[in-house]
Design a protein around this ligand. Structure first.
Ligand code: 5AD
Ligand code: SF4
Length: 471
């Protein structure tokens, strides 16, 4: 899953990520909810589920936290800096809480699940702690707080997928939407806190996914991104066992809803992505030619310590297959961790050479951050100095940026089909949208509207963006 909190403002703009506040929906005398999301796309998607649950229970939403009755932070625990960000943000609400003691402050998501009651002890301002599988319980938790108690629910479920809940789209451009297809993760990568904070992997009912996608199309949306920590292990079976659906089949069924509905997905796992998925991408024009394929490292020794269950050769083989089936133009992006336990200069050079080999379109790159309770924290020593991690990270980022620029230059002079998402952030005379490979494209406004597909001739580029004119 891409983690959003490490992106620069430029990255966020290029990717047009949803922002943290919500528009005002159905106010009157209702209690007002303000919700902010941190971390991965799944958290942003979960906030839409939380909003739906609370709207059903009589809450309205507000984009102004100082007029809210309930403030919720949907938190991320993937790296220490993500947690520090939330703790700092909580400080901003202290004066409000002093002024209005009835204000309820709740923390949701991965940090809530990781810290449990510790959150209540360490952050006095927090009234409610709710883990990712407990959102249906939020109205009860708020009631408990009204009775003068602190409230917590961090039970993880083996079944909860919120399949029946229609998410309330927050900060929506009305064109693109996230659709969660599974929850949790069973992979146990040694550095990762997610299996502990989001619990066991479970797949959502295929029919509820198809219905949500159809509803989005009926409401004018043109693109869905199917979300899961590891979409390739999606597996659903009907109650009587007569019907089973894997990820390639799900992708096909979503693609068949309507050729005008673009389909994206994230995140793919190198150990699980099948040739069937690649052929499905090839078969359907509306399934985008773009794969987010986290590598984490280019060194087989480090991959083993990370418990990624593939090695460098396996990863390269998957990339070769992507190129064979989908060609040079298929967009590929990475996640890479610099300075994992015991990483040597040689291992680091292998990561750089993997980036050179694959020629990723872009990437999300991080310094290793030890997370308490993970297998790596228990069994390995976080022995690379911060300074060294930062040096290696800077080299990885610089190389990726150079290759992103070169990959984007390949598009100059070509015609790209762009789905317009709205006005360019920089100028109202321009529109922005994305091409098949998920690249942001800026074009003059003309008579085009958001939601239109237009053919754009690319005239120039930066490492993050393509610029062009409508053909
Ligand atoms: N330290 C640094 N990066 C991490 N990621 C996950 N856990 C850690 C950690 N402990 C990165 C991985 C993952 C992405 C979502 O976050 O690259 O793919
Ligand atoms: Fe974490 Fe690995 Fe699961 Fe991704 S696949 S969420 S990195 S454990």
């Amino acid at each position: 899953m891409r983690n959003l909190e490490i992106l620069t403002e430029e990255d966020k703009e290029a990717l047009d990520l949803p922002r943290t506040t919500v528009d005002e929906i159905g106010k009157q005398d209702k209690k007002k909810l303000y919700i902010e999301s941190y971390g991965c796309q799944m958290n942003f998607s979960d906030s839409e589920i939380v909003t739906s649950i609370l709207q059903e229970n009589g809450y309205a939403t507000t984009s102004l936290f100082d007029e809210a009755d309930v403030i919720l932070l949907n938190t991320c625990a993937i790296r220490d800096n993500a947690e520090q960000k939330v703790r700092n943000r909580l400080k901003n609400f202290t004066h409000l809480k002093k002024k209005r003691p009835s204000l309820v402050v709740g923390v949701l998501g991965c940090m809530a699940e990781r810290l449990k009651t510790k959150f209540l002890e360490e952050e006095k301002i927090v009234d409610v702690v709710a883990g990712p599988d407990s959102y249906r319980d939020l109205p009860n938790l708020f009631e408990e707080v009204e009775e003068g108690n602190k409230a917590i629910n961090v039970f993880l479920s083996k079944e909860e997928t919120y399949a029946d809940i229609s998410p309330v789209r927050l900060n929506s451009n009305g064109v693109t939407a996230f659709v969660s297809i599974m929850r949790g993760c069973d992979n146990m990568c040694s550095f990762c806190v997610v299996p502990f904070t989001r619990g066991r992997e479970r797949s959502r009912d295929v029919y509820s996914i198809l219905k949500e996608c159809q509803d989005l199309l009926d409401n004018g949306y043109k693109e869905v991104t199917l979300l899961g920590q590891n979409v390739d292990s999606y597996k659903w079976a009907s109650a009587d066992g007569t019907e089973t659906v894997n990820f390639a089949q799900l992708l096909e069924r979503v693609a068949l809803i309507n050729p005008l509905l673009r389909v994206r997905f994230s995140t793919s796992h190198p150990k699980d992505i099948t040739d069937e998925v690649l052929y499905t991408i090839k078969k359907y024009e509306n399934v985008c030619n773009y794969i987010h394929l986290p590598a984490q490292s280019g060194s087989s020794r480090i991959l083993k310590l990370m418990n990624r269950t593939y090695d460098r050769d396996w990863y390269i083989n998957r990339v070769d297959k992507i190129r064979e089936v989908l060609g040079e133009e298929c967009g590929i992006s990475q996640d890479i961790i610099a300075g994992f336990c015991t990483e040597t200069e040689e291992d680091h050079q292998e990561t750089l050479s993997l980036i050179e080999y694959v020629r990723y379109d872009y990437g999300y790159m991080f310094a290793y951050s030890e997370r308490p309770g993970t297998p790596a924290a228990k069994k390995l020593v976080d022995d690379i100095s911060d300074e060294e991690k930062q040096r290696r990270l800077a080299e990885i980022i610089a190389l990726q940026r150079k290759i992103s620029q070169e990959r984007n230059e390949m598009s100059v002079g070509t015609i790209q089909k762009v789905l317009i998402e709205g006005d360019s952030k920089r100028s109202a005379d321009f529109l922005q949208g994305r091409n098949d490979q998920n690249k942001m494209v800026i074009l003059p406004k003309g008579n085009h509207q958001k939601g239109d597909y237009v053919n754009v001739k690319i005239t120039s580029c930066s490492s993050a963006t393509l610029f062009g004119e409508v053909e």
